[in-house]
Structure formats: C-alpha cells, structure tokens
Design a protein around this ligand. Structure first.
Ligand SMILES: Cc1cc2nc3c(=O)[nH]c(=O)nc-3n(C[C@H](O)[C@H](O)[C@H](O)COP(=O)(O)O)c2cc1C
Length: 186
C-alpha cells in the first residue's frame, strides 16, 4: 500500500511538472470557466484533480460527505461496511455538504473520484442527483484513480445511470499531460 502511494505520488509529481494549461472544450466557446468537483478518501484523487487543474486552469472543489468515511466504513472485505452496503444498494445516496459553485458561470465540469467496487462511489451519485438540474447544460468529464480498474467500468455505470447528462468518456489518472489534453479535446 505504501509502495503504491509513493509510486502514485511520484508519477503525479512528474506529470504535473510536465503540464501546461489548455482551454477545456466549452459548449459555446464563450470563455466560461471549467471547474473540478472531486471526492477523495485517501488523497490520490486530489493529486489527480491537481493534475487536471494544472492542465486546464480549473478551480478545484472537494466534495465532502456529511458523515466522513471512517477506515471501517471503507473496509470492502466487510460485507456490512458502509462502502459495501452503498455498493450493494445502488439507491443509497450519502448526504454531501453543499458546494459553493455558481454553475451558471461554468460550462465544463470535471468530476473526479476513486473507483470503489469498479464504479463511482455513491457520493458521486448524490452529487449528480442533487445538482443534476444545474448540470444538464454542462459538459461533464469524469476522471478516476484506482488500483487497477479501468475508467471504462465507471463510464458504463455513469452512462447507464445518467443518460440525460452530457458525460464524456472518462480518464484514469495519473496520465501524461498530452493524454489529458487529448481527452479534453474529445
Ligand atoms: C471501498 C473501496 C473500494 C475500492 N474498489 C476498487 C476497485 O474496484 N478497483 C480498483 O482498482 N481499486 C479500488 N479501490 C482502490 C481505490 O480506487 C484507489 O486506492 C484510489 O486511488 C483511492 O483514491 P483516493 O485516495 O482519492 O481515495 C477501492 C478502494 C476502496 C476504499
């Protein structure tokens, strides 16, 4: 675990240092701002969000659950743990603290999260549900961090659960700056 974290942090540092800001694709090219909304439990997705911010210039906004996840909550080996229950019951929506974003002034939203159980954590579904009305005119770029699961798995669940939102193909980070730029151009 410690080795994984060190390698992750090192890769992120190199990737960030190679980056340069590019304009995220906007839906109407009127110079509106992109934002990054992300959830992290152990910090990897925050580093990933920094990499996206470095490349896009977008402001970072951290999603916080009303009830923080304890280490027992994220024990996926325990069938009774909070994360396992939130995976098994896909209707669960853990409450989140409200975020300070005026989506009227934003047209591109990067949504970052750790992969939990091969998909986005329930906190992300709470965000997409709570802010769905404000997000329907936005271009949404999801990104993830994970041990090994590919982004395509979360792409599939997001597409299935939120067909009315304009969600682009996601990206698993860390990634090379060039890869992030190409992702944003899609
Ligand atoms: C509850 C839980 C479930 C996870 N499920 C997966 C998984 O299905 N596939 C995977 O590759 N990694 C999985 N992971 C590992 C995380 O995706 C990975 O450590 C991520 O980078 C953590 O991000 P964070 O530091 O921003 O919280 C899981 C971690 C937790 C805590």
């Amino acid at each position: 675990m410690r080795t994984f974290k060190s390698i992750f942090a090192m890769t992120m540092a190199i990737a960030i240092s190679c980056g340069s800001t590019v304009q995220a694709q906007t839906k109407n090219n009127n110079n509106m701002n992109p934002v990054i909304v992300y959830f992290t439990h152990s910090g990897n997705t925050e580093l990933a969000a920094k990499q996206v911010a470095e490349t896009t210039g977008a402001k970072m906004i951290r999603l916080l659950p009303e009830q923080p996840y304890s280490s027992e909550d994220v024990n996926w080996v325990n069938k009774q743990s909070r994360c396992t229950q939130e995976h098994l019951d896909q209707t669960l929506r853990p409450a989140i603290k409200s975020i300070d974003v005026d989506f009227a002034t934003v047209d591109t939203v990067f949504v970052g999260f750790p992969i939990w159980w091969h998909e986005e954590p329930a906190v992300i579904r709470t965000f997409l549900d709570n802010y769905g009305e404000q997000l329907k005119d936005e271009v949404i770029y999801p990104f993830c961090t994970s041990y090994e699961s590919p982004m395509s798995e979360a792409d599939a669940t997001l597409e299935r659960e939120y067909p009315s939102l304009n969600i682009r193909k996601g990206l698993r980070l860390p990634a090379k700056s060039e890869e992030i730029k190409n992702w944003i151009k899609q």
